[in-house]
Design a protein around this ligand. Sequence first.
Ligand SMILES: C[S@@+](CC[C@H](N)C(=O)[O-])C[C@H]1O[C@@H](n2cnc3c(N)ncnc32)[C@H](O)[C@@H]1O
Length: 252
Amino acid sequence: MVLYLIGLGLSSAKDVTLKGLEAVKKCDSVYLEDYTSKLNCTVSELEKQYGKKIILADREMVEKKADEILDKAKDAKVAFLVVGDVFSATTHADVYMRAKEKNIEIRIIHNTSILTAVGIVGLELYKYGKTTSMPFFEKGFEPETPYDVIKMNQKNGLHTLVLLDIKKDLNRLMTVNQAIEQLLLIDDRKKEGVFTPDLKIVGCARLGSDDFLIKYGTAKELNEIDFGEPLHCLVVPGKLHFVEEAMLGLWK
Ligand SMILES: C[S@@+](CC[C@H](N)C(=O)[O-])C[C@H]1O[C@@H](n2cnc3c(N)ncnc32)[C@H](O)[C@@H]1O
């Protein structure tokens, strides 16, 4: 019948839009994409708000067993909930295309994303370069891509948003401190002076929530701060306009 792709925003059960709430309330099945991000509330708070049982969809379900969700949507109203915005950072284009192929009617209900909420830091969103993701280092897996992306953006005077790894199954959510340590480690190895202890950066936690925290300082200073509950992300400023500089001053 219809597949609703609904963004939930970034913080609480109340961040869903009115349009999203109305849609979810009339659905027969409700899935929550549960591996690329996280709200600051529990699933039972969401269930209470929607008056619906929520089925958690892990990566395997979304990537390999999407047909199960889509086939249901042929004869029923199905909601696929995504924390943040549906097509931001993690695109879910695959779900969209597969639903189109099956001739399922799709409705999209947008919401805010980390890609726009980071505007509060005060750096022009138009002046960000490529966004990058920092994975947890493991033995034999220490990718330097985030470092290289920062380097490329710096060369072009652009800001860099660094999203941090989430391993939901292991209950590991990367902190600002862990990301700083990994970037310093790469700099130690490559010795290109891109991410040094003196580099001025911005650490962000729980953007969109009332208790959000933003701190601007050197990597060394920020590494000593406890940012509290994740989710966290990092911003590496590029060339600064004086208004951007003034806004960053608020977070010193
Ligand atoms: C893959 S992105 C998910 C994007 C999501 N669909 C959206 O539109 O915001 C998840 C990463 O973004 C960052 N992030 C998401 N929400 C955040 C928040 N409220 N505060 C700080 N960082 C956040 C974290 O680094 C997290 O690991």
